[in-house]
Design a protein around this ligand. Sequence first.
Ligand code: SAH
Ligand code: SF4
Length: 354
Amino acid sequence: MDDKNRQDVLSLLPDELRDRLRDHFTRRDQPAYRVDQTVGWIYGAGPSGFHAMTNLPAAEREALEANFRFQEPEVARISKARDGTAKFLWRLTGGELVESVLIPSRSRLTLCISSQAGCAMGCTFCATGWAGFDRQLTAGEIVAQYRATLRWAADEAYGPITNVVYMGMGEPLANRKAVHPSLTILNQGFELGARRITVSTVGVVPGILELADRPEQFELALSLHAPEPELRAQLIPLEQRYPLPSLMEALKTYQARGGRRITFEYTMIRDVNDAPELAVTLADLAREIRAFVNLIPFNPIPFQDWRPSSDQRIEEFRRILERAGVSVQVRTPRGREIEAACGQLRADAEAGLR
Ligand code: SAH
Ligand code: SF4
């Protein structure tokens, strides 16, 4: 059977996976516990592919291999920074490149994953935005970034991955068909708590409302970057489609359903969005929904001569927010020398590999 006819096990919801495997093993007159064995392997950190499952008879391994696809993307490159941050460049089946970044900190090991190859949103401060859109990832391709990195992290003594953020390449809420199942698979299959999974969006209102309808408590980060519609539209073309007031309404709905705290991401670009007056407006918005604010120094990208705000300006911003009663933190860039920052990813990768 060719690849298209084999069901991708990492794209299936855990319940669907069990059903398919039950049918498969029943047809082959195998005991019911084969389902648990196989599911346990798929949602574990062992090598992908059924051939590695030595707890199954050889004939069963082959039958699984013939009927199901169980594959992680090929590793094109792994780079490691001095601070421990590791960047993974994956080559998908069509040759497209996407990235994940593993970020160790004192108490957490966070994995940043991609949801699309490229991005169609065209944000002017983002390297992925400039590079354009290639294609949607499947749920399996999203989940496989986690699965493959889990094994690497165990082998390299990083320990278990504690948090996953959808902040790599792509706009997750523009690929809801794959992102929704991927959330379920990480949560129910790999048993990663919903509160340890963060979806970051540039503001796709229908996607935020869909997420609000889910019973799980996934974390939501909103890439705000400007507290006023005109300025925001210069940075984020999607602002024209879903203007700030409608976005705030959607965020209120999200909160009303689950009471989860929303994070505002605010990338600080020198002389573009760092005037102290903007911090006052930002504080008003944050207070409206009790959002937490992350201030991130802009990471320079090709095609743009913008610079990060000065440390002094960032500190001033932080202080204004704090005085207004807003919880705020300045996020220090990690893995600078390997260009591990989100949004930095593909420009560098393509220059180096093609
Ligand atoms: N598309 C989603 C998630 C991926 S981008 C979103 O936009 O939220 C992940 C984060 O990196 C976003 O907060 C984005 O605004 C930020 N980012 C993109 N380019 C950046 C840059 N050059 N410097 C700093 N942050 C950047
Ligand atoms: Fe896409 Fe997010 Fe980059 Fe905007 S910031 S272009 S939404 S990846």
